[in-house]
Design a binder for this molecule. Structure first.
Ligand code: ING
Length: 325
């Protein structure tokens, strides 16, 4: 019996800083109904799909950003989306900020994706692992990228869950640039990776990358898909959001590494692809048969080292290792 999941990537255009969640949820519902008309089983929304990308501003009192975070999921603003998706029998993946309070009263701030099955049940909430950008105000930048100020890195790592008839995993934005993200999920048998992103076209630390944002986006997701024999669904919040031009180009990618569908606009747009999960085995059962071909004993640095360590010779001529900064 074939395991075809019809996936919709629901790209969003800009969300204004003061756009009410009710207005945003209306936009999500329009995309959900389009997905229903086109036979989707699953709709994937972008990273931080309920609010503007608020890490672009520095707020000295971080509690002034509290209204950008959800305290629970679902909640009053998103319940209409949960109800309609369940009525239509469509699952979805929703990116949002989450503010939790530990039993000892400590506030925890996460960048998350919540995965919901077709019956309305919550499969899992994934916390972003790789947090890019910077942790303190850098006023010289044309806009901030303060994710390391507003979010903690996940303590949970990457998970894979049984859903939609297959093995489904999640990653968020910067996670897609790190090959470890895909491999961690592939070693758990992932067949479909869901990834929302908000990517400014301008990268202040190295503007030479600006014209390459689209190329790098396709490169990392297509490579990750092929090298791990999995589908990858990359979904943008694109367009010019509060003055910051952001990459669109949402794409659904096959285990072969081939794009199956790509967004044509930088606004609200649904792209759809039929994902036959059995396609994964063409790769994981042959070229990328991990159990047959991988050599973990040759990869020890991958989990024992964070940064680069290079051999160095001291005056005594003995070799040692110097740690990079
Ligand atoms: N955004 C970016 C990303 O990894 C970034 C960070 C911006 C990297 C611009 C490179 C260039 O796509 C998030 N939200 O992780």
């Amino acid at each position: 019996m074939s395991r075809v999941v019809t996936v919709g990537a629901a790209q969003l255009g800009p969300i204004a800083r003061d756009e009410p969640r009710t207005d945003v949820v209306e936009r999500l519902l329009v995309l959900l109904h389009d997905a229903a008309d086109r036979g989707c089983d699953l709709v994937v929304y972008p990273e931080l799909a309920l609010t503007t990308f608020f890490p672009r501003w520095y707020l000295e009192d971080i509690t002034e950003a509290d209204h950008f975070y959800e305290r629970s999921m679902p909640n009053a603003a998103t319940q209409p989306l949960f109800d309609e998706a369940k009525r239509l029998g469509i699952g979805f993946c929703l990116g949002h900020a989450l503010l939790e309070t530990d039993p000892d009263g400590t506030e925890r701030r996460w960048n998350v994706q919540t995965l919901v099955e077709r019956d309305g049940s919550i499969v899992a909430t994934f916390k972003k692992v790789h947090i890019p950008g910077h942790a303190s105000h850098e006023p010289h930048r044309p806009f901030q990228h303060l994710e390391r100020y507003y979010f903690e890195p996940s303590p949970d790592g990457f998970g894979v869950w049984d859903a939609f008839g297959g093995r489904v995993g999640m990653m968020i934005c910067n996670d897609r640039r790190w090959p470890e993200s895909y491999r961690e999920m592939a070693l758990q048998g992932v067949e479909l990776i869901l990834c929302g992103y908000n990517t400014p076209l301008h990268y202040a630390p190295d503007p030479s990358q600006d014209p390459l944002q689209g190329y790098h986006n396709q490169l990392v997701m297509c490579a990750g898909a092929y090298q791990n024999g999995t589908f990858v669904v990359g979904v943008a919040k694109g367009g010019e959001e509060e003055g910051v031009a952001s990459l669109a180009e949402s794409t659904i990618i096959a285990p072969s590494g081939q794009p199956l569908a790509r967004a044509q606009t930088d606004g609200d747009e649904l792209i759809v692809a039929e994902c036959d999960l059995d396609w994964c085995k063409n790769y994981t059962g042959t070229l990328f048969d991990f159990d047959l071909y991988r050599r973990p004993e040759a990869y020890t640095r991958l989990t024992s080292q964070r940064g680069v360590a290079t051999p160095c010779t001291s005056t005594a001529g003995s070799t040692g290792f110097s740690r990079s900064r």
